[in-house]
Design a protein around this ligand. Sequence first.
Ligand code: SAM
Length: 266
Amino acid sequence: MSLFDEPKNNISKINLFVDKKIKTEFYNDNFQNYKRYNIRKAQLVIADIPYNLGINAYASNPVWYVDGDNKNGESAKAGKAFFNTDFNFNIAEYMHFCSKLLIKEPKETGKAPAMIVFCAFHQMQMIIDYGKKHGFKNSYPIFFIKDYSAQVLKANMKIVGATEHAVVLYREKLPKFNNNGEMVFNWFKWQRDSKNIPKIHPTQKPVNVIANLIRIFTDEGDVVIDPCAGSASTLRACAELNRHSYGFEVSKEIYQKAKKEMLLGV
Ligand SMILES: C[S@@+](CC[C@H](N)C(=O)[O-])C[C@H]1O[C@@H](n2cnc3c(N)ncnc32)[C@H](O)[C@@H]1O
């Protein structure tokens, strides 16, 4: 089996059958308004925070040009943002939210909560530093390897490698790690979703990738929160794996599409 062969547990092949006792709550709101909702504390907060790319969102992508060819001139995506919230994300508010909404440190070992933040490579240190200020003294990086990459067309464009990055943060005790006693690596395959998972968001994370992390860091019945839920792929993975989930998305357009397509039947 090669590294990128689909594993047997590819989640997007499972028909969506959700236990009605499992809560899946998705709010079209800023996560900072969380007090408006009755949210249970989480075992895991997982999010892909805005990269603050602003108007250079497509700078590593051929769609910057008409038909992907720079001879044709720039397309409507040149100089545009992925979404209008990709400018001024407040990381301190985000860490505050996580420190309030993660369960307290348990007495037992092997049950502590964790936070996973997907981010750009250059954001990793900033996240680690902000995490420390909010009580998350410990962290380690995780890497995801892809078998494809966006093309790099011009010297003035960003170079995008075939990896994605995230930081795992925790307070004192090691997080819950479920891997049947086997070692948990800090790298994962970037397992793409099959076609029956809708494509909703320009920076959508595959349900498969999120599901692998949820299996490791939580048990069935645990609570997971995604404060920047976008396509709601985290909520979808949680529903399929019998974890309660809460998600926030400020963009009305993305929220409505995600609710209708990604959470259909949830
Ligand atoms: C990088 S994307 C997340 C994509 C998501 N992981 C997915 O798989 O579709 C970040 C999302 O966070 C949303 N966002 C930005 N600031 C927010 C806030 N304060 N509260 C809630 N959502 C926010 C953006 O609109 C954007 O859709």
